[in-house]
Write a protein that binds this ligand. Structure first.
Ligand code: NDP
Length: 279
């Protein structure tokens, strides 16, 4: 089984970013990472994103707010970031605490700065197959992993486990645009194992540590693991039991070191594109 490493895909995207940066006349695009509270997974994503922006030659600044910030106060702060001319793109770490109306923020964010595709305008574009907006970075990262490894989607049977607006749904639409035949699975799916086993490309985005083992995977299938979970020993793991796939899957992404590394590279590319379209 071949391990599909995210670092190689990220390096390819870095070359593309460097090429795009030549069109920017010395101006370094700037990302704003907006965080409310101190959730460990937010902090870890933030660290990864800051490191990636720096290694891609881009600027990034964190805007952190207390967990108990009011809806009104947060919206005021968010609007200032949204209007700030020095900022080319925004990454909002979610979910937000309950007192903040996340829907309002999705409508507020400038679609041109909405690098992770949360605004209704960008989501509509993903569903319409229009690539002039920003798709959610993780969903796009999965497409990048497949493309970089010459895994064609056209005509292929794909099963996506998960139907969230962050991963499962937008990813299914991006795959449909590439002419795959996509089955979207969720907790009410009957015969989940059989559906997954029938797929030539299986994507796990359920958020359930190691739930997908070899019994879900057809011979020679490609398995993409989007999950980021912590196992019973406190170690980072995916939704897929990677080691169990040996002898069944032809290729699979590891966790860590798979899709996650590509997500922040896609974020960097979105940032440069946002910056280019503002000049
Ligand atoms: P959500 O919890 O929002 O969605 C999970 C989806 O999986 C739901 O649609 C749910 O179905 C489905 N699901 C859960 N359990 C099962 C099951 N046993 N059988 C079938 N379907 C199931 O998660 P996200 O989409 O936000 O994230 C998914 C995973 O991806 C998480 O591990 C998250 O940490 C990771 N992630 C990784 C990123 C990266 O950069 N690599 C970025 C973002 C997320 P239902 O709708 O019926 O409840």
């Amino acid at each position: 089984m071949i391990a599909l490493k995210g670092a190689e895909v990220s390096a390819k995207i870095k070359e593309e970013v460097e090429e795009l940066l030549t069109g920017l006349h010395d101006r370094k695009p700037k990302l704003a990472i907006v965080r409310v509270g101190e959730r460990p997974d937010d902090l870890s994503y933030e660290r990864g994103a800051l490191k990636k922006m720096e290694s891609f030659g881009l600027q990034a600044e964190s805007f952190a707010f207390p967990e108990d910030i009011t809806d009104e106060a947060f919206k005021k702060e968010f609007e200032a970031i949204n209007l700030n001319k020095e900022i080319d793109g925004i990454l909002l770490l979610r979910p937000l605490p309950k007192q903040i109306n996340e829907k309002d923020i999705e409508h507020m964010i400038d679609p041109g700065k909405d690098l992770d595709g949360i605004s209704p305008e960008n989501i509509a574009k993903v569903f319409a197959g229009d690539d002039t907006g920003f798709a959610p970075c993780t969903a796009e990262a999965v497409i990048e992993v497949l493309k970089a490894n010459n895994i064609a989607l056209s005509g292929k049977r794909v099963a996506v486990v998960g139907r969230s607006m962050v991963v499962g749904r937008p990813l299914s639409m991006l795959m449909l645009k590439e002419h795959a035949t996509v089955t979207i699975c969720h907790t009410r799916t009957e015969n989940l194992k059989e559906t997954c086993k029938h797929a030539e490309i299986l994507v796990a985005a359920a958020g359930r540590a190691k739930m997908i083992d070899a019994s879900y995977v057809g011979d020679g299938a490609v398995v993409i693991d989007v999950g980021i979970n912590v196992d019973e020993d406190g170690k980072l793991c995916g939704d897929v039991d990677f080691d169990s796939l040996e002898g069944t899957a032809s290729m699979a992404t590891p966790v860590p070191g798979g899709v996650g590394a590509v997500t922040t590279a896609v974020l960097a590319r979105h940032l440069v594109k946002a910056s280019l379209s503002r000049q």
